[in-house]
Structures are given as C-alpha cells and as structure tokens.
Design a protein around this ligand. Structure first.
Ligand code: IPE
Ligand code: IPE
Ligand code: MG
Ligand code: MG
Ligand code: MG
Length: 298
C-alpha cells in the first residue's frame, strides 16, 4: 500500500495546531493585544511544514512525536515571527498573509514588531523549559537550542533576510542568490530536520544524511516560493502574487528564468531524496514531503 501524504499532512497539521494553541498564552488584561496579535498570525494556519519536518525526521529514526512536539512548535513560532516581520512596511511591505490581512494591518506596526519579538523569545522559553524539566533529556535539548539559535540567527535566517533586503534593485550572481535562499529559508528548514533527527535518537551518520536532505529541501522550497510569486493563485497561496517583481527582488526566476529555476528545484529535490538512501520505510514521509515541495501550489 502506498503512503498517503495528504492524510499524513492533515493529521500532523491537526496535532500541531492543537499543541500550538495550548502553548500560546490566552489574551487577558493588559497583555491581551500582544497575545492576540501573536495568536492571530500563528493560528491563521499555514502548511506547518517546519513542525511536520521535525516530527517526520524524528519518526524516520524511530523516535516518538511526543518528545519532539515542543521543538516542533518552537520552529513554527520562529517561522511565524519571520513572516510577520517579513511583511512589515520596512521589509516586503505586504498586506496579505495566510489568507488574512497581515499582522501589522490589523494590530499596527508596533504590535506586529512586538508579536514577532514575542514569538521568537517564546520559542526559546519553551525549549529551555524542556531542558530544565526533562533532566534526562537536557543534554539533547541544549543541542537543539544551539541548532535553532544558529539557524534563526545572524548566520542563518536573519542574515538571509538582511541580504535579501540589501539586494533589492541590485544585480546578484548565482552564488549570492543561493546564499540568500539558503539562509533566509533553507536554514530553518534544515534545522527542523536536524532537530527532529536529534530528538528521535539519530546517530552521526543519520544526522549527516538528514542535514543533506535539509539542504536540498530548503533551497528547493524557496525556489518554488519564488515561482509561486509569479505563477501562483493569490486565493490559494494566501499572499500577494507579484510581490517580488514589484520590489525587484533577487529571485531564481529573475536570474535564471522559470524553466531553468524549476529544473534546478527538481535537482535539489532529487539530491534531498538521494541523501535518504540508507533509511528504511520510516523515512517515507520525508521522501513524500520532498516530492510535495516541488509540486505544491501553496
Ligand atoms: C513562506 O513560508 C515563507 C518562506 C520562507 C518561503 P511557507 O510557505 O512555509 O508559509 P506558511 O507557513 O505555509 O504560511
Ligand atoms: C521570506 O521569503 C523568507 C522568510 C524568512 C520569511 P519571502 O519574502 O519570499 O517569503 P514570502 O513570499 O513573503 O512568504
Ligand atoms: Mg522577504
Ligand atoms: Mg515576503
Ligand atoms: Mg516569496
């Protein structure tokens, strides 16, 4: 019997949404507007790719999902923060996200900036709490915190976003463009897979393979995101089409054209799947997700 990815993604999404909801503080008193802004953006939905990757990578090496759920949620909180800030007028200046008006459109810029700050900090609070609470696991969770801090931070997503903004209206070459995409998007995707593997009990070889998988998947994911900005349907992607062209962003289709970009994305997906050659059927979700990333329309 073939693996049913659609059903898998739906089930995981439900589990993750439930966990996200229970982690997020309830809006009350003076804190209400801030907590509401955080909830608004997180609970708007989204594909939940990064937390699903944490769970799928853990599963691939025989781990359970209960151990990795807090880390899965931490990844989604950091990702959502990156979206809130990415949409701000000072950055991509977009009005639509996850099918709703962007956070700053509803709550104002100050609250959107702070909701992002809140989600970023909260992600590390959740993980640090795990490290303190789960004594026998605290060594592993410390490693998770290090991987996540690096991937989200100044040598990961943050520098990718900085170079992305700096390169608006500029000519970039292929290696500069790969730098942007690997950092702004690839880093968190790769970290999701590594963190899932680590928590699931991967050995060094398995971790290396998962990192390679994450490299290919992360870059392909952003190339497809660039393509959807041109060819996507706004109703389906839940964010504006043509945003990159409008800001003259450095993208794969802008540098290589649509056909060549798609071909490159296919190659990266191929290499991601190849990296899992030594894994058994427990890696089927990871393989199916890789194929989905190239075919997705949202
Ligand atoms: C959008 O990420 C921003 C990128 C890093 C490309 P997703 O396409 O995963 O967005 P959601 O989480 O599904 O909304
Ligand atoms: C954003 O890349 C990557 C992030 C770190 C959020 P984009 O700016 O292309 O993402 P979208 O298209 O707005 O989701
Ligand atoms: Mg951007
Ligand atoms: Mg954007
Ligand atoms: Mg985009």
């Amino acid at each position: 019997l073939g693996f049913d990815l659609k059903e898998y993604l739906e089930n995981k999404r439900k589990e993750i949404d439930k966990a996200l909801d229970s982690f997020l503080p309830e809006p009350e008193g003076l804190s209400a507007p801030l907590f509401e802004a955080m909830r608004y953006s997180v609970m708007a939905g989204g594909k939940r790719l990064r937390p699903i990757l944490v769970l799928a990578a853990s599963h691939a090496v025989g781990g359970s999902s209960s151990v990795s759920m807090p880390a899965a949620c931490a990844l989604e909180f950091i990702h959502t923060y990156s979206l809130i800030h990415d949409d701000l007028p000072a950055m991509d200046d977009d009005d639509l996200r996850r099918g709703r008006p962007t956070c700053h459109k509803v709550f104002g810029e100050a609250m959107a900036i702070l909701a992002g700050d809140g989600l970023l900090t909260f992600a590390f609070e959740i993980l640090a709490r795990e490290a303190v609470k789960e004594r026998e696991n605290s060594e592993k969770v410390s490693q998770v915190i290090l991987i996540l801090a690096r991937a989200a931070g100044i040598k990961g997503m943050v520098v990718g976003q900085a170079v992305d903004v700096l390169m608006e209206n500029k000519e970039v070459n292929g290696s500069q463009l790969a730098f942007i995409h690997q950092h702004k998007t690839g880093a968190l995707i790769k970290a999701s897979v590594e963190i899932g593997g680590l928590l699931g009990g991967a050995d060094q070889n398995q971790l290396g393979a998962l990192s390679s998988y994450g490299d290919g998947l992360g870059l392909a994911f952003q190339i497809v995101d660039d393509l959807l900005d041109i060819e996507g349907d706004q109703e389906v992607i839940g964010k504006p089409v043509g945003s990159d062209l409008e800001k003259n962003k450095a993208t794969y289709p802008a540098l290589f054209g649509i056909e060549e970009s798609r071909a490159q994305a296919h190659e990266y997906i191929h290499s991601a799947i190849s990296a899992l050659a030594s894994f058994d059927e427990k890696a089927e979700p990871l393989r199916a997700i890789a194929n989905y990333v190239i075919q997705r329309n949202r």
